[in-house]
Design a protein around this ligand. Structure first.
Ligand SMILES: *[C@@H]1O[C@H](CO)[C@@H](O)[C@H](O)[C@H]1NC(C)=O
Ligand SMILES: *[C@@H]1O[C@H](CO)[C@@H](O)[C@H](O)[C@H]1NC(C)=O
Length: 610
């Protein structure tokens, strides 16, 4: 780099810091900023051209239909969802399935049997980041398009959505994702400092959900004649390298394009929930995402799942990719749009304050039954089509090879060990800290225990739900540092947690035994906990990166404990070494936020072979 270029870059960094621009977790800020002048010029030029670009005539597109796209690995899930559409919902909407020279005759014959037409996508030709979506929508013959990712399972016949007042009026319908402006590390495109807002010169409005909450665009409706301009801008954002990198694909390009052009659209006020099943340990396993229609708004006179008068109407499930009957209940979140929930893509503790299980078996057995029937139909279709295609002499061996994604079963086993043997939220560094100081190989281990963490046990409202086994061990540990009165409280904590631990303690890797705890309570017999770090070898890689801790100095054991001992902080909310070891050591893109030149990844995370 020349000296002049370097000086210009330094000025840019200063400007960015002054304006507080966020670019991306994965592109270094300086590199990102170096693209801005040319991206700004390009987008301005595009906007000028767009203003004068000819628009499609009223006969350019025709009718209403579903558009999908994908390659050979997506065919089985797409067929399963089309079977649900045709057989359960009796929907006869025409379907166009686009692919970029990826499908064979045998695939397309299977689609044709479900009234779906294979269409070859020929522009722009290379599609590294879901870039087939916009070209497929634009190239399809339909004027009114329902876009469906191949892993969308409709829970109502989608015809009714086109008939809604909202669609007739606004010509576009979108649904929200989990993530909002106050989430971390996700939700970036809803952050007020995101670089795309800067490039599009959009004035951020924190009270407007279209700004402060991300889209989930696996499923959306659009009137192409009415909204051709925003579609063109969305396509620009979804195909230009810089934007695909800072936006991670097409997910939010509609949101931003519609904002920029002030184009009308309906944005569901109901945030997504999760569909899944309760596990043996009481946690809710999130199988997929479920979206709703707000019960207060009219949705035609179609057939819906369950009673629609009081609850939102379940519309579709997103991201069922593999067989297995897992849809037994919904869990929804009470936070409004624009506020981050506690959900972090891992099993959910139903005792978390903002979550609400629907308890479908009891409160709405009709929905529970329909969900079961839909998933069972999906499963039957998936396996039947797998057999058919596997034995189809006309399908190439390469396509047969990718019919079904392979799954690493050892990961599932290890994961089960973490959750089935006494549940615990390991985003809290305290648990790694506690277990690590109990490692007899660590010099002065117990002396280095952070006794300030004991305070949480003394709070009058303490309940320990985020990690009952950990809080029981903490109480045993703190007992030795406490005075007489506090010792009584530590024992009370153990007594309260013990009934919930009886099932899991025999299987746990925590250094706690039931009879030890009972003797401790009944006969005042303290005991020494010893953690064998070899035991961590059977756990999931994310846990092994932090257990035992490579250095006690790296991770603040109080990362989720705030001043108020009951209010758990977002474990990722603070910079530097206070972040969550579990997240920082596992996620690829967070190095900028989790580490610095002293607390490096090498110094603070165990290396784990995949
Ligand atoms: C911000 O959004 C809210 C909610 O949509 C709206 O009422 C308000 O007028 C907007 N403010 C500005 C400055 O546009
Ligand atoms: C955006 O559109 C709405 C309704 O279509 C209109 O009332 C409003 O004035 C527009 N805002 C701007 C900034 O053009």
């Amino acid at each position: 780099m020349t000296l002049v270029a370097r000086l210009v870059l330094l000025q840019l960094v200063e400007v960015a810091e002054a304006q507080d621009i966020f670019c991306s977790h994965s592109i270094p800020l300086e590199e990102c900023l170096s693209y801005l002048p040319s991206e700004k010029a390009a987008v301005n030029r595009f906007m000028n051209e767009l203003e004068h670009a000819p628009m499609p005539s009223s006969t350019a597109f025709e009718g209403t239909g579903i558009v999908m796209s994908g390659g050979a690995p997506h065919v089985l899930q797409a067929l399963a969802n089309l079977d649900v559409l045709r057989h359960f919902h009796k929907s006869d909407l025409p379907v166009e399935f686009f692919h970029a020279f990826e499908l064979e005759e045998a695939h397309c014959k299977a689609f044709a049997m479900r009234g779906a037409t294979c269409r070859q996508l020929q522009v722009p030709g290379v599609y590294p980041e879901y870039e087939t979506v916009l070209p497929s929508v634009m190239s399809s013959s339909f004027q009114h398009v329902l876009w469906m990712d191949t892993d969308i399972t409709p829970l109502v016949a989608p015809e009714v959505l086109f008939q809604t007042e909202a669609y007739q009026r606004d010509g576009a319908m979108f649904w929200p994702d989990h993530w909002s402006h106050d989430c971390w590390p996700y939700g970036q495109s809803a952050w007020p400092t995101h670089v795309v807002l800067h490039l599009l010169q959009l004035e951020y409005n924190m009270s407007e959900p279209r700004f402060c909450h991300e889209h989930e665009t696996g499923h959306f409706l659009i009137n192409k004649e009415m909204h051709w301009r925003p579609i063109c801008l969305a396509n620009y954002l979804a195909t230009r390298d810089f934007f695909t990198r800072v936006l991670h694909g097409y997910k939010d390009v509609f949101r931003l394009a519609f904002l920029k052009l002030n184009a009308s659209n309906w944005f569901s006020p109901v945030r997504p929930g999760i569909v899944g099943a309760f596990m043996k340990n009481g946690f809710f396993y999130p199988a997929a995402l479920v979206q709703f229609w707000p019960h207060a708004e009219v949705l035609g006179d179609g057939q819906y799942l369950g009673d629609v008068t009081t609850r939102d109407i379940p519309l579709y499930v997103h991201q069922k990719k593999v067989p297995g009957i897992l849809w037994t209940d919904f869990l929804t979140f009470e936070e409004p749009l624009g506020r981050c929930t506690s959900f972090r893509l891992v099993p959910v503790d139903p005792a978390t304050p903002d979550v609400a299980p629907w308890d479908l078996e009891r409160t709405d057995p009709k929905i529970a039954q329909s969900l079961y029937l839909i998933e069972a139909l999906w499963e039957k279709s998936f396996y039947a089509n797998m057999e058919r295609l596997k034995n189809d002499p006309n399908l190439s061996p390469e396509s047969k090879e990718v019919l079904r994604a392979k799954r690493d079963t050892s990961i599932t086993k290890q994961w089960n060990q973490v959750v089935e043997s006494c549940r615990c939220d390991f985003a809290n560094n305290l648990w790694f800290h506690l277990l690590s100081v109990l490692n007899p190989e660590l010099p002065d281990g117990v002396k280095r225990f952070d006794t300030a963490a004991c305070k949480i046990l003394l709070s009058p409202n303490f309940d320990g739900v985020t990690c009952p086994v950990g809080f029981a061990a903490l109480a045993v540990m703190c007992h030795r540092f406490f005075g007489v009165e506090e010792r009584g409280k530590a024992k009370k904590v153990i007594a309260n947690l013990l009934p919930g631990l009886e099932g899991c303690l025999p299987k746990t890797f925590w250094p706690l035994k039931l009879d030890q705890l009972r003797r401790f309570l009944d006969q005042d017999q303290p005991f020494t906990m010893v953690f064998d770090p070899e035991k961590a070898q059977n756990l999931t890689p994310d846990v092994r990166r932090c257990l035992p801790l490579k250095s006690l100095d790296c991770w603040n054991p109080r990362n989720v404990l705030s001043e108020d001992p009951l209010r758990l902080r977002d474990p990722m909310s603070e910079g530097g070494s206070e972040n969550s070891c579990l997240f920082c050591c596992t996620m690829r893109d967070l190095s900028e936020h989790c580490f610095d030149s002293y607390f490096t990844k090498e110094a603070c995370c165990n290396e784990v072979k995949a």
